[in-house]
Design a protein around this ligand. Structure first.
Ligand code: JFZ
Length: 600
């Protein structure tokens, strides 16, 4: 080996050993697939949201924590975890027929119980009446049906292990001793249980395609890196999710049920519940509608991110019927329309369309219609590529296209918008777009992610992975936006912010907004004038505030400038204290600004 090559090899080894090098894993199957199915199954599925006959609020898989159950009591659930109707092939078939390309299954959640026979812990499936390995059976079913295999592993939280006690925000009653006597040794837990079990999981079940870590909390970067290294060493082609911590995964991380508010230009995955819980709860009947769940899949694709929907089977392995119905509804739609999701990139336009969502691939644009466009017309401003033709994807029905400066589509009458019809627009070359924000129908929607950040005296606001503002408070600068107005007149100014459902709206928040040459809205109070009624309300409600009206004497480019005077009580952190983007409390989480043409 010549000297140059030797030096290069040594340098690369050194960088890798320091964990600095981020090994490039082939993400193509994951990006192409766009859609996965999450499965939360554990002793909490036996509890099913109740303890001592009483309902326990909160997500079902956290019941031991919320109900403050000592391990000596909680472990008795294992006797009732029968798996008597467990049919892994049926689970995989449900996912496959819905069009999901991968499954992520909880091998060990925060409760510490292992859904497979572990040599490292006796708190595992061998405590139950089930005498086989359900994880092995699920992996084999995935292989038989051609779905990729993902393992969820709670690498930081383990309520069974005192060494993993998260003292600042966890009930220490799990260990049957007063908090003052709980002496966690996190390094020992990591070495003796977590990493040892990772080795079991990564060597016993063949090729694993995705490792899904969760809630890194107070892990150090070095500790997170050890969870990366064990995967790289044993399963070098395995993708690691963003929640391993410190952005060390192969893709980014959003909060639970957190929908990006505009197109993102990085690998991200949105994980979502079908009701309000991941683990089965017998009393949670607040199922999202099948169409809402399908819309979330499509909206994620239009943002360029993956969508992983969760099912929470009962203790016997039965999948709740509403979950089956939702997956079948998605599957029916995907049968005719999946090409508008698989392998696509996000909405190429800068606009959020009032009638639905767009995706694109090479020379094709897909328009997903959630409702009939105004006057059954869609005008594609900003499209620079010549159009060849347009049709309804599922039927082939022609969609007339005219070119009067902008391409305009005339949408056929009598489409069934309950089934989210898709227009397939074929261009004569790979699609190209202008960077401008245009009006669609009577609204111009300006995502904050399109803005230019001007840092302030105390630092700078930024744009989070989900496209919303973060660290945006007095002193961290301002955001400059611009848009194209089609006609002069009066426009209502509507600002959309988001918050984590556990926190109140931004009481007392004040902002300053300049819109072109109109009088500035100075330090105006953000009122809660409404919230969008959609699936986001479950976790990240989208609230709008109408700050006033502006007038434009002429059509054309208009510039806006937004600054924060005070953030009030606005925040996004959940009460677990988990925050993925290390977001501070002192932030207004803007999503977009809409200018809505006022009709006379
Ligand atoms: C975690 C788990 O605690 C939960 O039980 C479930 O498994 C879910 C998929 O993941 O919950 C989280 C993790 C991160 C955030 C919120 C809930 N977050 O970043 O806002």
């Amino acid at each position: 080996m010549n000297l140059r090559k030797l030096v290069g090899t040594l340098l690369l080894s050194w960088v890798f050993v320091c964990g600095q090098a981020k090994q490039q894993v082939d993400m193509d199957w994951w990006r192409e697939g766009r859609f996965g199915m999450f499965i939360h199954w554990g002793l909490y599925s036996v509890a099913a949201g109740e303890w001592n006959g009483k309902p326990v609020d909160g997500i079902g898989e956290w019941i031991q924590n919320f109900a403050k159950v000592p391990n000596s009591e909680y472990e008795k659930l294992a006797d009732k975890f029968t798996l008597s109707n467990y049919d892994p092939d049926a689970w995989v078939k449900l996912a496959k027929q819905a069009g999901a390309r991968y499954i992520v299954f909880t091998t060990k959640h925060h409760e510490g119980f292992c859904l497979y026979p572990s040599d490292v812990s006796d708190f595992d499936i061998e405590r139950t009446p089930y005498k086989r390995d359900p994880l092995k059976e699920l992996v084999e079913a995935c292989r038989r049906q051609g779905l990729k295999v993902g393992f969820y592993y709670s690498h930081r939280q383990d309520w069974r292990e005192e060494d993993a006690a998260v003292m600042k925000n966890e009930y220490d009653g799990h260990y049957g001793k007063p908090r003052s006597e709980v002496k966690p040794n996190l390094d020992r837990y990591i070495k003796e249980k977590a990493l040892s079990q990772m080795k079991e999981l990564l060597t016993r079940y063949g090729k694993i395609d995705l490792l899904w870590y969760d809630t890194p909390f107070d892990l150090t970067k070095e500790q997170s890196q050890t969870f990366v290294n064990v995967v790289r060493e044993l399963q070098p082609e395995c993708i690691i999710n963003g929640r391993v911590g410190y952005n060390l995964g192969d893709y980014g991380a959003l909060g639970d049920n957190e929908m990006p508010c505009s197109r993102v230009n990085m690998d991200l995955e949105m994980v979502a519940t079908m009701n309000h819980t991941w683990g089965y709860k017998k009393n949670d009947h607040d199922w999202k509608s099948p169409k809402d769940i399908l819309c979330s899949l499509i909206e994620c694709a239009s943002r360029g991110v993956n969508y992983m929907i969760n099912i929470g089977p009962k203790e016997d392995g039965t999948v709740p019927q509403p979950s089956v119905d939702i997956m079948n509804f998605i599957g029916n739609w995907m049968q005719a329309n999946s090409e508008s999701v698989y392998g696509t990139s996000g909405n190429p336009f800068n606009d959020n369309f009032p009638w639905g969502y767009a995706t694109h691939k090479d020379n094709i644009i897909y328009l997903h219609l959630l409702r009939e466009p105004l006057n059954r017309r869609i005008i594609l401003k900003g499209l620079l590529s010549p159009v060849e033709k347009a049709e309804i994807l599922s039927s082939g029905m022609a969609v007339p296209v005219s070119d009067k400066g902008h391409y305009a589509l005339t949408i056929p009458a009598e489409l069934d918008y309950g089934q989210i019809p898709v227009v397939k627009l074929v261009c004569k070359a790979p699609v190209r777009f202008s960077e401008d924000n245009y009006m669609n129908e009577n609204i111009v929607s300006i995502p904050v992610a399109n803005g230019k950040i001007i840092p302030g005296k105390e630092g700078s606001l930024s744009i989070a992975e989900g496209g919303n503002t973060q660290n945006f408070h007095a002193g961290t600068g301002k955001l400059q936006l611009k848009c194209e107005i089609d006609e002069p007149g009066a426009y209502k100014v509507r600002i959309f912010t988001s918050r984590h459902w556990r926190r109140t709206f931004a009481e007392g928040a004040k902002i300053t907004l300049k819109v072109d040459d109109n009088p500035s809205f100075n330090s105006v109070l953000m009122q809660k004038d409404g919230e969008l009624a959609n699936v986001r309300q479950n976790s990240y409600p989208e609230t709008w505030s109408d700050v006033g009206t502006v007038n434009f004497r002429q059509k054309g480019t208009k510039e806006l400038e937004l600054a924060v005077n005070s953030t009030g009580t606005f925040s996004r952190l959940g009460f677990f204290g988990e925050d993925i983007q290390n977001e501070s409390e002192n932030n207004i989480r803007f999503m977009r600004i809409e200018l809505i043409k006022e009709t006379r």
